[in-house]
Design a protein around this ligand. Structure first.
Ligand SMILES: NC(=O)c1ccc[n+]([C@@H]2O[C@H](COP(=O)([O-])OP(=O)(O)OC[C@H]3O[C@@H](n4cnc5c(N)ncnc54)[C@H](OP(=O)(O)O)[C@@H]3O)[C@@H](O)[C@H]2O)c1
Length: 281
């Protein structure tokens, strides 16, 4: 699996990882599919998609439990685990408590990347970031990130940190969700911050379009043919085309995992990148 540097840390992470929203339930746990999902997460790691993204909110903690169960057979440095604290838990003590609970569910001593899931205007970022730095100091997390932060908030978060740096901002980015291209991605490029693209397949809408006969679907199909890839691989390769962008598609089916893993390690030409970009604007 192709790897990219994480922020300015010197550490490299998989260009394509695995998302876990909707695994093991949505707002509450659903245990019916556990075995299949644990297998899927393990398979993702075996395919090199070892950057696994989860959150305390996903399935009210059950997604983290599934990740924990899946990864315990691997050595700790074979996986890069990212999780997130929910916006109602951004007070100092709440951040610490949330992180400890996530670690229990994940059966881990530390997480690699801990992110603020969404901003909360009612809680000062200074307070949240103080707790994040304490977690790094105590060895419970390695790196600090944010999610769904615009440039203004990102700068505020960066300024609130005294010793550490924001290494990543996780935001929606796909052929059909392009808002972050205007300001946020260029800002992150200039400041050495990784952009982690979420919902890179538009929750399955992009694969559906790729299989259809729409003008966009036709372009994806034509490029797929030319590169000897699938339309979904073209769409994911487009997402990770910029040097500081990585992504975390969610997939539970074996054939989806294999297809997604094959979307890295090669590049669309600049001409094709621009053509595809234009087709979706
Ligand atoms: N920070 C945030 O606020 C935030 C918000 C949303 C998402 N996220 C993160 O980003 C991850 C990904 O986003 P997402 O789950 O919203 O949507 P997504 O990754 O764009 O789409 C997931 C859907 O696409 C399907 N899929 C995956 N690979 C496919 C393939 N090769 N061909 C056809 N269909 C395929 C999956 O099916 P199967 O499952 O059946 O394989 C699933 O239904 C989440 O799981 C979560 O970790 C973060």
């Amino acid at each position: 699996m192709e790897r990219k540097s994480l922020g300015k840390t010197g550490e490299s992470v998989a260009a394509i990882g695995l998302g876990t929203w909707n695994m093991g339930g949505r707002e509450s746990p659903d245990y019916r599919d556990d075995e299949r999902l644990i297998e899927a997460i393990r398979y993702a790691v075996e395919l090199g998609m070892n950057h696994i993204d989860t959150a305390e909110m996903y399935a009210a903690g059950h997604a983290e439990e599934l990740v924990g169960e899946a990864i315990k057979q691997f050595s700790r440095d074979e996986v890069f685990i990212a999780t997130k604290v929910w916006p109602s838990n951004l007070r100092y003590e709440d951040v610490i408590r949330s992180c400890r609970r996530s670690l229990e569910r994940l059966q881990l001593k530390y997480v690699d990347l801990y992110m603020v899931h969404w901003p909360n205007p009612r809680i000062p970022l200074q307070e949240t970031m103080k707790a994040m730095e304490k977690l790094v100091k105590d060895g419970l997390i390695r790196y600090i990130g944010v999610s769904n932060f615009d440039v203004e908030l990102l700068e505020e978060a960066m300024n609130a940190l005294k010793r550490e740096e924001i290494v990543a901002n996780q935001v929606e980015y796909s052929l059909e969700a392009r808002e972050v291209e205007r300001e946020l991605i260029p800002f992150c490029e200039r400041n050495g911050i990784t952009v982690t693209a979420y919902t890179p397949l538009g929750k399955g809408r992009i694969p559906a379009e790729a299989a259809s006969n729409t003008p966009r679907g036709k372009i994806l199909a034509e490029m797929a043919q030319r590169y000897g890839k699938t339309p979904v691989q073209i769409a994911l390769n487009w997402v990770i085309w910029r040097p500081n962008v990585i992504t975390i598609p969610k997939a539970a089916r074996k054939e989806h995992l294999e297809e997604n893993a094959g979307a890295a390690g090669w590049r669309l030409t600049e001409e094709d990148y621009k053509r595809l970009s234009a087709a979706y604007t």
